[in-house]
Design a binder for this molecule. Sequence first.
Ligand SMILES: [Fe+2]
Ligand SMILES: [Fe+2]
Length: 350
Amino acid sequence: MNDGAIFLLTDRPDQSGPLESILKTVGHCEVMFGDRKPAFGTKPIAIVSDLTLSRRESIRRLRSLVSIDNRERIPVVCLMRSTSDGALRQARELGATVCLPAYTAPALVAQVIRDQVGAQAERASGVTDRGILRATEALTTLFDGAREGGVVLSAVEAGLIPILAAVRDGGLNRWLDTVWTHDDATYQHCLLVAGVAAQFVNFLHFREEDRQHFVRAALLHDLGKARIPQAILNKPGRLDADEMAIIRTHPVIGYEILRDSGCDDLTLGAVRHHHEMLDGSGYPDGLVGSAISDTVRLLTICDIYAALTERRAYRKPMPVRDALSVLESMDTKLEGRLVQCFGEAMMAVR
Ligand SMILES: [Fe+2]
Ligand SMILES: [Fe+2]
């Protein structure tokens, strides 16, 4: 995927040269005239509209680029041919974050973009850091509790909304880049799965309650590893048969810890069954097909994807497209329709 670009939408390309030149000093710039599309995979980091907004065609073009609520708060600078109250209101409704007269000097437009992109990046890293902090606190409390006997399940709640907000507003890539600096491999894995899960449910527009439920299951899914020796969890390279047998006890251990803490059935099922496969080749119960719930099917996909793309000192992370190909090749084990949807959610990542 390409990095982001400043999209300059214009209906007077013969006059856009000076503005394009100076915007290029801020970042990569894509000039879009008529129905010209940006290079495949390029996402906007800012949009400059040099369009006559009284034209229906201009409105359509701007709308197609600015999402309805512009939750990522991408800077949208509208260069206004008219600065009447009605024109300004219309620009705001179209998602403008700043309106400037069309005759504004290109250097000033570039400065505004620079300031807004900088402020957006600061907001995004703030929301990401907050999300990681809250989620790590939740995991620490839960894993410490699991090692000592039982967990205080309510600890997980404080991590859910910050994770969803971080992935939605800061972007999954920023989340992953930050999580990868975490020193504990199991926490890191749980944070990765939770972030990927958040991206998936945000992309699918689940109801807020269902989003939180799914991210809760993702955060808790490997809790049973709290009682697996660190030497096995952190062993570089392949595990032998005995070590593998020990690792494979973690879904049932996690299930039993959480059952004794009064956890809900949906989450319990996800924790116990996240290594089950549709063809019955999974564990611990060898479930087949319809015995595996939708929540579990979704979580299993997130879990495998996170494991494939994890960074480890002893091996290179698998590129996104290769990891998606591996998921697609597991067509007897994972539900193809969900894998396809998941792939779309990952390719939509900023
Ligand atoms: Fe697991
Ligand atoms: Fe896992």
